[in-house]
Ligand binder design. Sequence first.
Ligand SMILES: *Cc1c(COP(=O)(O)O)cnc(C)c1O
Length: 382
Amino acid sequence: MIPYGRQSISQQDVDAVVAILESDYLTQGPAVPRFEQAVADRVGAAHGVAVNSATSALHIACAALDIGAGDLLWTSPITFVASANCARYLGADVDFVDIDPDTFNMCPEALAAKLERAKAAGRLPKIIVPVHMGGQSTAAKEIADLVRPYGIRIIEDASHAIGGSYLGQPVGSCRYSDITIFSFHPVKIITTAEGGMALTNDAELAARMERLRSHGITRDPAHMTHEPDGPWYYQQIELGWNYRMTEMQAALGISQLSHLTEFVDRRNALASRYDTLLLDLPVYLPGRLKSAYSAFHLYIIRLKDKTRHRAVFGALRERGIGVNLHYIPVHLQPYYRNLGFNDGDFPLAEDYYKRAISIPLFHGLDDLQQDKVVAAISAALT
Ligand SMILES: *Cc1c(COP(=O)(O)O)cnc(C)c1O
């Protein structure tokens, strides 16, 4: 089976992890801050807060922006459930903005219209979570221009997009957001096995997220209610969690980061090759934002004939092509239906779901395997 995605692990990665196992610190040592600095430097953000998953990063990002019961978070219906769940952990409500069918990202026109309605109804969101779907940048500037006048905070879910860029800036620079989060799950662009990071240019938000990933505890006298009792002293000043990343993960991340450009360039070369090889088949190819360089986490085709979706998907799996579907619209998950969402709420996302297939794309995919994928798609479609 050729999988839709898989990690690339080098001897350098292995050596980096083993070196940590033989060192003094397995957690809370120097590797995590080094990894945070390395990612922040690479994407041009001031601060990075490493955690044990992007889901945790979304959670502490929402908590640091003080969302809670009675508040509202908007995201895209075409994303992993974590982009929406982060609000639910804190008792806030979730709603969605339909997609642009060409880029699969939150549609700025749909957002503008929904903001008008929400303003009239007196029910504006506190946070918006645009998702860089498949590695393709969101229309981040348009989105920021639309929501900032309302004081709405922005968390970019860039789980798919480290190594990409937009308007000449690396994704993660937080030029158009308060916080950007990355995932380092093995199918994503670089990996720490499990892991994630929140990037921000706001020192206070960074300090708050650092505290929230570790029980809400501070050792900084400036944040304490009174002078430290002694050198052992710390205070828990709010409720946090244990979302810490280990030293082994951080060392793997530092090593993986040194391959980031090579990984993303190879993904783009494979994507361009797919563009050419699939051109004459009855599928829509993924759109590109002119102002962006995609990290190409996913290469998603959409069938022109949606009645054949299930059959084509099954035929590809049977031929050893590990296709997948990203994603089932979040609002159609039973958990969200129970909160009141229904079929037809976000028609463009639902139409996308009836046509989309993610085909294999990862750094280690070779041209021969890619040709095999294309031959299988061609056979399945004719
Ligand atoms: C993978 C992913 C997440 C969650 O990442 P984890 O590191 O597995 O918690 C969140 N959002 C999107 C869009 C993702 O693809």
